[in-house]
Design a binder for this molecule. Structure first.
Ligand code: HEM
Length: 532
């Protein structure tokens, strides 16, 4: 028998593999029992058709199979249909059009709402009936992981939607300047050689710097430690949120702060941000009306909107970081997908280049000229349709005490978590002909005329058929900035570089984790200066 080099806590006898097995079984039993109790204490959803296995416990067996076979099934090449979770959702979408069905999650049911009528009702429901915030705050455990002030008052969403969007035209030269500087720095070419770089890390640098140019300005947006912590923060919040969610509610106040990255990240971020924010408060106090040269960036916009306890140096540091959380990882994943798509479908290159060159020749690099780049816009839309960075959209929790009743008469009880199956909508042949073919110009072809251009098919226009940014009351307020940033980066890339996979290999497989669809973060791509 194998004897481990570990000793039982009382002293003499070594711990054997059998002991460890017993311990592991005990731990698994406790965890299983907890998950089961949690699931059974949720709302009664027996009346909703189930995909997966029929009964709750059987369904959980399905979930465990999904988890344990994760290695083979989570990394797939040709779409999420091959993982159990996605297979259930896709089967449900085909079997229950314009209806409601459920699939098992790890510790609760995921209710799926399909069809335009019911989805519209979700998108437009008031926060007091279907809550976006309770759904997202429970998923992220925002209070513990990012701060209670953020959970209590998400005023930053309004700031992003109004002040940031209003300033995109004025600040475009800065965005463009940062894109050029970041590309030049992360792709240091010598001659005409191909340069091999890790795709995700490289795109992350570019996105992080460009976003932060607008959020905190120069020189902080270029600080390697600050950009690194922005990215780590996003991942840490998501992981800690999941761990905290697994704790029984009564344990959370004591254990959650130990799992949360909040204090650690704030300490690190404060070194960079506190002096910047504090200086602005000091100038405001000293100069009053005469403080006219305030920087035009996120910090200032937040200072203008914040009130009471939200208007302190510490509160603003926390808030700036949280906006970065919403912005940077989402845009990095999206841009990495785009780069993979450019390399995987290189026949788009020539037309994209011609479009950018022709528009820039006439109008230069401005926000308005970006709006004239229909093919660039379309390529971004198609990449988000084809992969997206998630497979579900419109996440909500029923918070109306008597439940939420749909127009088809179905009432979802208080406490139900629901979504719409975005991947299935985006791959529905009745909505998108030939949906499993990547056509980078799918959306530009749909825009009616070159002169007028239908707003309906622009990447920023959300609809029940196009959900990467959600839809309705809580549609992403940062999508206007994200579109400007991503389109400007894509346009810069196509006119200045060639890109391909190492050894001309295939597009690296996406990584499907729960409902996320992540681009492979370890793959490498090759760039070279465009050969004219
Ligand atoms: C490609 C990049 C992005 C994607 C795919 C994305 C996606 C989303 C989605 C799906 C939602 C939820 C919508 C719903 O459920 O109806 C959302 C919300 C949000 N996003 Fe984005 N987002 C992106 C970039 C950004 C950026 C750059 C910012 C900030 C500058 C931002 C700030 C926010 C905020 C603050 C919310 C919460 C909205 C609310 O409180 O009502 N996002 N985003």
């Amino acid at each position: 028998m194998v004897v481990c080099h570990v000793y039982k806590y009382r002293g003499t006898s070594p711990v054997t593999m059998d002991d460890l097995k017993v311990f592991a079984c005990g731990l698994a039993g406790v965890a299983g029992a907890y998950v089961l109790v949690k699931a059974l204490s949720g709302p009664n959803l027996d009346f909703i058709p189930t995909l997966g296995s029929p009964g709750m416990v059987m369904s959980y067996r399905g979930v465990f199979r999904y988890l344990f076979s994760a290695k083979e099934s989570v990394r797939v090449f040709s779409g999420p249909r091959y993982t159990n979770f996605f297979r259930f959702i896709q089967e449900g979408y085909e079997k229950y059009p314009n209806a409601i069905f459920k699939v098992p999650g790890v510790d609760r049911w995921n209710v799926m709402v399909t069809g335009r009528i019911l989805m519209e009702e979700v998108a437009n429901a008031p926060e007091s009936e279907l809550s976006f915030y309770q759904s997202i705050n429970e998923f992220l455990q925002t209070g513990y992981t990012a701060g209670w002030r953020i959970e209590r008052n998400p005023y930053h969403a309004g700031v992003v939607k109004t002040s940031m969007t209003r300033n995109l035209g004025t600040l475009f030269p800065e965005v463009r300047d940062e894109i050029i500087a970041a590309f030049d720095e992360v792709l240091p070419f010598q001659g005409k050689e191909w340069l091999t770089v890790p795709a995700f890390d490289t795109m992350m640098q570019i996105v992080c710097r460009t976003s932060n140019r607008l959020f905190v300005g120069l020189p902080l947006c270029r600080d390697p430690d600050y950009t690194k912590l922005n990215v780590e923060y996003a991942m840490d919040v998501i992981i800690a949120g999941q761990l905290i969610n697994m704790l029984p509610a009564f344990f959370r106040p004591t254990v959650a702060p130990l799992l949360s990255p909040r204090k650690r990240i704030l300490r690190r971020a404060s070194k960079h941000l506190t002096p910047v924010v504090a200086e602005r408060f000091a100038k405001e106090a000293n100069l009053g009306e005469k403080y006219t040269d305030r920087p035009n960036d996120l910090i200032t916009w937040l200072m203008d909107a914040a009130e009471g306890a939200d208007r302190t140096v510490a509160a603003l540091v926390e808030r700036v970081l949280f906006v970065g959380f919403a912005a940077i990882r989402t845009s990095t994943d999206t841009f990495t997908h785009i780069v993979y798509d450019l390399a995987a479908y290189p026949h788009h290159f020539q037309e994209l280049r011609e479009e950018v060159q022709s528009v820039v020749q006439k109008e230069g690099w401005t926000r308005a000229s970006l709006n004239r780049m229909y093919k660039i816009d379309s390529f971004l839309s198609e990449s988000q349709r084809f992969h997206g960075i998630g497979t579900l959209s419109l996440g909500r929790k029923v918070v109306k005490p008597e439940g939420f009743t749909f127009s088809n008469g179905v009432t979802l009880p208080y406490g139900t978590y629901l979504h719409s199956p975005m991947w299935s909508v985006h791959h529905d042949a009745e909505i998108y002909p030939d949906p499993d073919t990547f056509d980078g110009f799918r959306f530009s072809k749909l825009r009616k005329t070159e002169e007028v251009g239908s707003a309906q098919y622009q990447v920023i226009t959300t609809s029940l058929d196009y959900l990467p940014f959600g839809h309705g009351r809580h549609a992403c307020p940062g999508r206007f900035f994200a579109a400007v940033e991503l389109k400007a980066m894509l346009a810069h890339l196509v006119v200045n570089y060639d890109v391909k996979f190492v050894n001309d290999g295939p597009r690296p497989a996406n990584q499907y984790m729960a409902s996320a669809c992540l681009p492979d973060s370890s793959a490498k791509v090759m760039f070279r200066k465009r050969q004219v």
